[in-house]
Design a binder for this molecule. Sequence first.
Ligand SMILES: C[S@@+](CC[C@H](N)C(=O)[O-])C[C@H]1O[C@@H](n2cnc3c(N)ncnc32)[C@H](O)[C@@H]1O
Length: 433
Amino acid sequence: MSNPGNDGGGRGRRPGGKPSNRPAGRAGRPNVKQDNRFATRKDKSFTPHVDTVKPIYQQTGMYFAQIAGGMEELGARELEQLGATEVNIINRGLDFKADQETLMRINYRSRLITRVLAPMHKFRAENAEALYLETKRIDWTNIFKLEQTFAVFANVSYSNIDHSQFAALKVKDSVVDMFRRRFRNQRPNIDAHDPDLWIALHIHENEATLSIDCSGGSLHKRGYRQQSFESPMQETLAAAILEISGWDGKKKLYDPMCGSGTLLSEAWLKAGNIPPQVLRKKFGFMMLPDYDRRVWVKVKFEEENKVKLVRGGLIRGSDLSPKAVKLTRENNARLPGGDELIVKTADFRNLPPMDNHLIVCNPPYGTRLVENDDMVPFYQEFGDFLKQKCQGSQAYVYFGDRALIGAVGLKASMKMPIRNGGLDGRLVWYELY
Ligand SMILES: C[S@@+](CC[C@H](N)C(=O)[O-])C[C@H]1O[C@@H](n2cnc3c(N)ncnc32)[C@H](O)[C@@H]1O
């Protein structure tokens, strides 16, 4: 049988080549602006292609949360606190059960989860044709409108279809063809950056799962960090470090190398009990066929009522670079009450003593071993700063390069591997007597 897709983006592509998980739209044909004048005129003769399936999440109430490797235990605890049940840890992810209200609360409130997926359909995908046909068993025209945009992201492993981008294109073709049949050859556009609907495809050992991203783009994007400075930390990692430290939002917190201020902004959110997604306007769960806006209004109202802003003096920071300090101020000012944050330009070597604080930071590191060798004296001085000026405090330091831990010259209370982007970093904590 010939390739069932008829959209230019998928034509002529075959499995093979370097796997990737970029969205299908990027490699597809340039998006031609559609003439949607007939958008609402459905083809009356349309019948669903094959038996449509009831979405899995509606049958089971189960969802899947993605989380960075090493943070699964913390994530499980957080999900339970937010009302999820039947939480199961699997590699870099968590299965959990939730009703619609809980699902919304998790997306709005979670500090650690990267994304929540609502599974729609699971099937064998031995080849491209099976993938194309099984995708049609979901009535996509019931999920989003012709005038809305979508994108597909895929990851594949140990399967006959071994190219993520190719797999994503097959799903995209199938969805587009369903719309074309139903809407007199009209099709929805792809938006690879900020679509209305993200469709996620996962294929492992030829078992495929199609899901809707009910976060609507990664939850690490909180919206407060519009610009970043020198190797910024992922927001979810910064939140995890605060969680691990056991910080209760009462003890004074200081970041002596704050960069664009991610640790400070996450501390601001936590201390004020501000939902991390307070700035997000659009969530993927709004695309679910059973989305109930009244439930969302209720959840948002309840969660916003729990906010208790803190005073600026509780959370402070500094950086050698005036540009970094300016960015930190601007970023934090996007959060409720955030213009009260106290940040200044300073070399950590010149800071006054600070006892009984929680010190959190992520010192600079090079990307090459040679550069990092040059940084040994810097880390020695940082160790002296902690020893001499932070007595009676605790420090949680994230090392992008674990080879530099020894240079600090302090006995660590604990070390924990945590990845930040592509870095195999370590979180190290010190009790400073
Ligand atoms: C890896 S970045 C921190 C990134 C930050 N956690 C964020 O998320 O944006 C390290 C920071 O240390 C700062 N820095 C380097 N030397 C310093 C010094 N002697 N005193 C204070 N800050 C310094 C740099 O300007 C840079 O912003």
